[in-house]
Design a protein around this ligand. Structure first.
Ligand code: PMP
Length: 348
């Protein structure tokens, strides 16, 4: 056992992010894509594997991948930074700017875990009942706390809704610190990306990830911001943070735009079908989703969670953060139908 006084108090107080592997038949708990678009058995990936120079360090700057992302998003490559998942970029941003770190709640738990682990103060501001941003509360908390970094996940995890664009815009305009718009779920939303607004706002950072569109195993996130911000954050990036395999596979995969687009389209279509079907189940309240998952509320979330698991369906229990809240990821049509069947069977 290590003496507890060796561990920094801010770390000792933390609870680790829960990412358990729970055996199940249908896995709908982690907002992944259900489609294995590229598998290791494919010729294409086989060719990449044969080409990887395993004795060499990766390209530290991820040049080729950044070029492709830059083209795709209409920005210059020097405005991009790659992360080992967007998780790592969140950590790099907090390391660069420090706290207080402010975010609305409920939201993605890693904003808090990373910030507290780095010894930074966190400020949590309640969302409205509709789960949109409450501008008065946000603005006054940002002012009072002198927040250095504000994280806005839009669409928001775990509520699924995109925040009103004009409210996000207003926060960007009135915050003296950095505002990070985390667009992890943007591909599933009809709201436009904030990447196009970067030119007008030197304090804006936009995060996106390849994790939700079928490439979670690669651990690849990217941030877009002003060159100044990119240069500062790049100073705390560990060298070679994105491995060669991930870089090479991502380069190939991103070229297959139609494959990606088609899978996203299927998920959006299935999400809308699930929302319609779920809305008709008595005792269940659905929150409209712009993401690849759906938040719903039942009288007793733990009981429904266990009931679904007995049927082989794994979802995410959001209690105590959201009383009665459960989150289901949109899977394949068959998986979703299995979920809908099971949820009707479990007594609410
Ligand atoms: N941001 C949000 C809002 C998320 O929900 C997640 C994944 N759960 C991430 C960032 C992290 O994604 P990754 O590290 O896989 O890119």
């Amino acid at each position: 056992m290590i003496p507890s006084n060796l561990v920094k108090p801010c770390v000792r107080r933390l609870r680790a992010y829960e990412a358990k592997e729970i055996p199940c038949r249908v896995k709908l708990d982690a907002n992944e894509s259900p489609y294995e678009l590229w598998s290791a058995g494919d010729n294409k990936l086989g060719r990449i594997l044969r080409r990887v120079p395993l004795n060499r360090y990766p390209d530290p700057a991820g040049t080729k991948l950044k070029e492709i992302l830059a083209l795709r998003h209409g920005v210059r490559a020097d405005r991009l930074l790659l992360g080992n998942g967007s998780d790592e970029l969140i950590s790099m941003l907090v390391t660069t700017f420090g706290g207080p770190v402010l975010y609305p709640v409920p939201t993605f738990s890693m904003y808090g875990i990373i910030s507290r682990g780095l010894g930074e103060k966190t400020v949590e501001v309640k969302l409205e009942r509709s789960f949109d941003l409450n501008l008065d509360r946000m603005e006054s908390a940002i002012r009072k706390s002198r927040a250095k970094v504000v994280f806005l996940s839009s669409p928001n995890n775990p509520t699924g809704n995109a925040f009103s664009s004009n409210r996000i815009q207003r926060i960007i305009e009135t915050t003296p610190g950095i505002v990070v718009v985390d667009e992890a779920y943007h591909p599933f939303s009809s709201t436009p990306s904030f990447i196009t607004r970067l030119k007008r706002h030197p304090n804006l950072v936009v995060l996106q990830t390849l994790s939700k569109i079928g490439l979670a195993a690669l651990r690849l996130g990217f941030m877009v911001a002003s060159r100044d911000i990119v240069n500062e954050v790049n100073k705390v990036r560990l060298p070679f943070n994105v491995n060669t395999l991930s870089q090479m596979i991502a380069v190939e995969a991103l070229e297959e735009r139609d494959t990606l687009k088609e899978a996203i389209g299927r998920i959006v279509q299935e999400r809308d079908r699930m929302m319609r079907m779920m809305a008709d189940i008595p005792g269940l309240r659905v929150v409209p989703s712009d993401a690849n998952f759906i938040l719903f509320r039942v009288p007793d979330a733990s009981r429904v969670y266990r009931g679904l698991l007995q049927e082989g369906i794994l979802v995410r229990n959001l209690e105590p953060a959201i009383p009665g809240g459960l989150r289901v990821t949109v899977g394949t049509r068959r998986e979703n139908t299995a979920f809908l069947h099971a949820i009707r069977k479990v007594r609410l």
